[in-house]
Design a protein around this ligand. Structure first.
Ligand SMILES: *Cc1c(COP(=O)(O)O)cnc(C)c1O
Length: 452
């Protein structure tokens, strides 16, 4: 069996396989890897998914990208091991559903990608007998998902940069209570600063010896696993071959890219709702055709989506025949007509997010947290403007217990603490504080390197 090759969105001539793309994180010209061709799953196969488990569906979706790089039995074992938690699809009313992606060990949807990516990386590194340092920026949830997925692996160390004042205490504790091969850094700055520092380190020749790799959604390993749950949700709510609407609360647009890839692989989709918070550079772009990053990004209560220039737009442009570089400069316009046909983009204010949390509880007795509420509000806006459609699936990307303060204030309800989080409050924290400049990061990485 052959396997898919990946190209850089910045045009570098080299083509790589999944193993190389996964371990490198980013292409040498700072572009992002995209599959050269998107494998098709025949509709007859997709119709069988309704009788298959999550890990079985994952195998059908992921294996065309893996090809012969991982033996089938090993891949199946990885998938069973990675996806050992429930993936509830809850009916809210009339063909409207919430897909709960918050039941993994760190209670956000980022567990889906991180857990498979960690296992694949470990597989490839063991083959090559080498080690890497994962450098990752987080607005709250990537850091913990990646730290947990990689914790205790001997060939991988993880350095996580998080904006000191922009993560909740529980989010921080999920990263800082592990220790071992996990090194969290509290940066005095914003998420965008953390992301910029990480990007600079990747292209710094002085750091070559560290074997840096990325676990941010610039890594293609973060995207492909996220195509799976769209197939899964559709198999649970759609009648044979029926098109669904998916509403996706979006920050760096990795989650949405997973959905778009699923659609290009053959998943019947009517439309995607790309729901952002007040960082509305993408909704504006779909309306005006002009792309302007928001700098600095706005602090909204859906803190994992406070992104002023989503890194995955480079991939989204590529998927629609355009080109965007890592700074957000547009080299070639995408096919706007096709893009608007597939995507309904909408920005939801904090006030509307709060109102949505309140109303969803009052009317339907569902507890949403701020990110899922942005998705749900986006879906309601879609239905208002474009007419009712079913089935519709809105993604809930985190457990409400990660954001207890807002939920208590808005609903009077203290969201039940999942057991994974209950233990955090009395564990010791290990982390360092760091200024938000590149020299500080470089010094830190050098000291880490000397320590081993
Ligand atoms: C990361 C995150 C998002 C945004 O996902 P992207 O792939 O960056 O668009 C939404 N909700 C939660 C809870 C997250 O952690």
């Amino acid at each position: 069996m052959s396997h898919i090759k990946f190209f850089s969105t910045n045009g570098h001539p080299e083509r790589v396989d999944l193993r190389q793309a996964l371990l490198a994180g980013q292409a040498p010209d700072k572009g992002l890897y995209m599959p050269e061709s998107i494998p098709q799953i025949p509709i007859e196969k997709i119709l069988q998914f309704s009788k298959m488990s999550y890990p079985e569906i994952a195998r059908e979706v992921i294996s065309p990208y893996v090809g012969d790089l991982i033996p089938d039995e090993a891949l199946r074992a990885m998938l069973r091991d990675a996806y050992n938690f429930p993936v509830p699809v809850e009916r809210v009313f009339d063909g409207k559903y919430i897909l709960r992606l918050d039941r993994g060990p760190t209670c956000s949807f980022k567990d889906f990608a991180a857990r498979l990516m960690g296992r694949m990386m470990q597989h490839f590194l063991a083959q090559e007998g080498r080690s890497i340092l994962i450098l990752t920026a987080t607005s709250g949830d990537t850091g913990s998902a990646v730290a947990h997925a990689f914790y205790g692996l001997d060939s991988i160390r993880v350095v996580v940069l998080f904006p000191e004042k922009e993560v909740t205490e529980r989010q921080r504790r999920q990263m800082t209570t592990l220790g071992g091969n996990v090194f969290p850094l509290a940066v005095s700055g914003k998420f965008d600063d953390c992301q910029a520092l990480v990007k600079q380190a990747f292209v710094d020749m002085d750091l070559r010896g560290l074997n840096l790799s990325s676990a941010n959604s610039i890594n293609i390993g973060r995207l492909l696993p996220q195509a799976v749950y769209y197939f899964y949700a559709s198999s649970r709510v759609a009648a044979e071959g029926e098109d669904a609407v998916f509403s996706v609360p979006s920050g760096n647009f990795g989650d949405l890219m997973g959905g778009l890839i699923a659609m290009k692989m053959g998943l019947p989709v009517h439309r995607f709702v790309a729901a952002t918070n007040e960082n509305d550079e993408f909704p504006r772009f779909t309306h005006t055709g002009i792309y302007e990053p928001i700098k600095p990004s706005k602090n909204c209560i859906s803190n994992a989506m406070n992104v002023g220039h989503p890194s995955n737009l480079a991939r989204l442009f590529s998927l629609y025949g355009g080109q965007m570089d890592e700074t957000g400069r547009v080299g070639k316009e995408p096919d706007m007509q096709a893009l608007r046909k597939d995507l309904f983009a909408v920005s939801i204010s904090d006030a509307e997010t709060r109102r949505t949390i309140k109303e969803a509880y009052a009317q339907h007795r569902i507890i949403l947290e701020p990110h899922g509420a942005v998705g749900w509000a986006g879906l309601m806006r879609y239905i208002d403007e474009c007419g009712d459609w079913s089935p519709c699936v809105s993604l809930e990307t985190a457990d409400p217990a990660k954001f207890p303060d807002e939920i208590v204030r808005l609903t009077g309800l203290n969201p039940p603490l999942p057991s994974a989080m209950a233990k955090l409050d009395d564990q010791e924290e290990h982390f360092q504080r760091m200024a938000g400049d590149y020299a500080s990061l470089k010094n830190y990485l050098a000291s880490l390197d000397r320590a081993v």
